[in-house]
Design a protein around this ligand. Structure first.
Ligand code: PLP
Length: 480
């Protein structure tokens, strides 16, 4: 047989230009804060068109190397030193255990809504980052154009244009889903709750990453389930060997996992790890409840594929929402429960009957006509920038030896301070300064993470934020 070999296509000009500038930044020739040549000058210097330079600068902006300052030009964005130490991984847990009631979780969440506190506690972005005025107009138009929507029960009614749009977006992310496999829920919270109820009964054991999102622990506690914590790294997520050992040694009924931009660590599993994890789950016949709520908030070019992309037998229940990207208050989320579709559908009916169609249609209309992709690009840039600024300020103000996660998406940081710091005490002290925090103890059922803190960086940078971080750092230093 004759084979024709074709040479790989050369990269587009703008990609080559971006690469060469990226190298200059990596080598330190272009330093943080430096202004790069204007678009016009660069086009003359490199003998390329203005639009090629613009595309290259936009690419570098999206990848976090440059930032555009209005009326001033493009600047090299500050980056964390490569040698900033990262948080360490916890040891495996010997036995599953029940989750105690943690009043502190409720307190942190309640204070997150009190505007007199600096909101470092809950992972809630500032409302100014969302297109609230446009959404309000869309909501009003939906009510005006079809008031009957207000007078009808939703009865598990998934608004078709919305589910088709969600499915289309997953297809783009390399995860084909049929729109009628989706159940529209009240936020990701309801999707997680229904999924967990679909695959467990009281007394069962659920495996989670450690540290894990405290919402998982609260839901597990409310359903009288036991938890088994699996060590998770700040870069590549859940430890596969530890997962395999945990499933081999325990009767685990489900794994709750955040493969992309986990909360609180910010880790993202490489594709090979996701595939291997899926194989381990299949080997032990365990379903996974995947929380993908931060998946769209990537700083790199590509959205990470959900674990669901490897699911060939319907064991992954994919949960997410528009809460972190568009509108936390509209409470529009979804679940793709795979082989548990009918069970989750029944549970949804008994739980809340349905998700208000007015809200589903508002989101759907916004996705179609409101410039959602443009908004997503700008919110990703904002979160990325904020993470940099927070990280740098934390390294400036927190005790020497502080370790910091380096998420490639989302807006939360995991901070590990020296062992002498007690973040529960720090939380109490900080409240006196009207600063709300999320101490490490919230993210585990074991006595772990006493010197750790999760930081909400979904807040536009300001002098008040810097000053609150300085106060927190000073309070921590006083403990040493
Ligand atoms: C990991 C994770 N999952 C789910 C949620 C809740 O999402 P929703 O507002 O859509 O219920 C949050 C909110 O902080 C979260 O951090």
């Amino acid at each position: 047989m004759i084979q024709t070999l074709t040479a790989p296509a050369p990269a587009p000009l703008y990609v080559e230009l971006a690469r060469s500038l990226e190298q200059l930044i990596e080598q330190g020739t272009l330093r943080p804060g430096h202004r790069v040549p204007s678009v016009r000058r660069m086009s003359l210097q490199r003998d390329v068109s203005i639009s090629t330079v613009l595309q290259a600068y936009t690419l570098l902006e999206n990848r976090g190397f440059l930032e555009a300052r209005p009326q001033s030009g493009y600047y090299v964005r500050p980056r964390l030193p490569h040698d900033t130490p990262e948080p360490r991984m916890a040891r495996p847990m010997a036995k599953p255990s029940y989750v105690g009631i943690n009043d502190l979780t409720a307190e942190v969440l309640t204070l997150a809504c009190d505007p007199s506190y600096v909101p470092f506690g809950a992972a809630c972005p500032d409302h100014t980052l969302f297109p609230t005025k446009k959404l309000a107009r869309t909501l009003a138009a939906v009510g005006r154009n079809d008031p009957s929507l207000l007078g009808r029960y939703a009865m598990n009614w998934a608004y078709d244009p919305l589910t088709r749009e969600i499915a289309r977006r997953y297809l783009q992310a390399g995860c084909p889903l049929a729109h009628d496999e989706l159940i529209v829920t009240l936020g990701c919270t309801e999707a997680l709750n229904l999924s967990l109820r679909a695959v467990t009964k009281p007394g069962d054991t659920v495996a989670v990453e450690t540290p894990t999102y405290f919402g998982f622990l609260e839901t597990i506690q409310s359903l009288n389930l036991r938890v088994l914590e699996i060590p998770t790294g700040p870069r590549t997520g859940i430890c596969l060997d530890a997962t395999r050992a945990a499933l081999a040694q325990n009767d685990v009924k489900a794994l709750m996992v955040m493969p992309s931009f986990s909360n609180p660590l910010g880790s993202t599993m490489p594709d090979e790890h996701k595939e291997k994890l899926y194989r381990i789950l299949a080997e032990f016949d365990v379903p996974a409840i995947e929380d993908d709520v931060y998946g769209d908030l990537h700083f790199g070019e590509r959205r990470p594929k959900p674990l669901k992309a490897w699911d060939t037998d319907g064991r992954v229940l994919l949960c997410s929402s528009f809460g972190k990207t568009l509108a936390p208050s509209l409470r529009v989320g979804w679940c793709a429960p795979g082989r548990y579709l009918e069970r989750v559908r029944r549970l949804k009916l008994t739980n809340t009957l349905g998700t208000p169609v007015v809200l589903q249609k508002t989101v759907s209309d916004f996705l179609r006509n409101g410039g959602y992709d443009h908004h997503l690009r700008s919110i990703r840039r904002a979160y990325h920038n904020q993470l940099h600024l927070f990280s740098q300020a934390i390294l400036r103000h927190f005790p020497a030896g502080t370790r910091l996660s380096r998420p490639e998406g989302s807006f939360v940081l995991w901070i590990e301070m020296p062992p002498g710091v007690d973040t529960l005490r720090l939380h109490r002290d900080a409240l006196k300064h009207r600063i709300n925090t999320a101490p490490g103890a919230l993210f585990s059922v074991k006595d772990r993470y006493k010197n750790c803190l999760r930081m909400n960086c979904g807040l536009p940078w300001s002098d008040a934020i810097e000053s609150a971080l300085r106060t927190l750092g000073d309070l921590a230093k006083k403990q040493l």
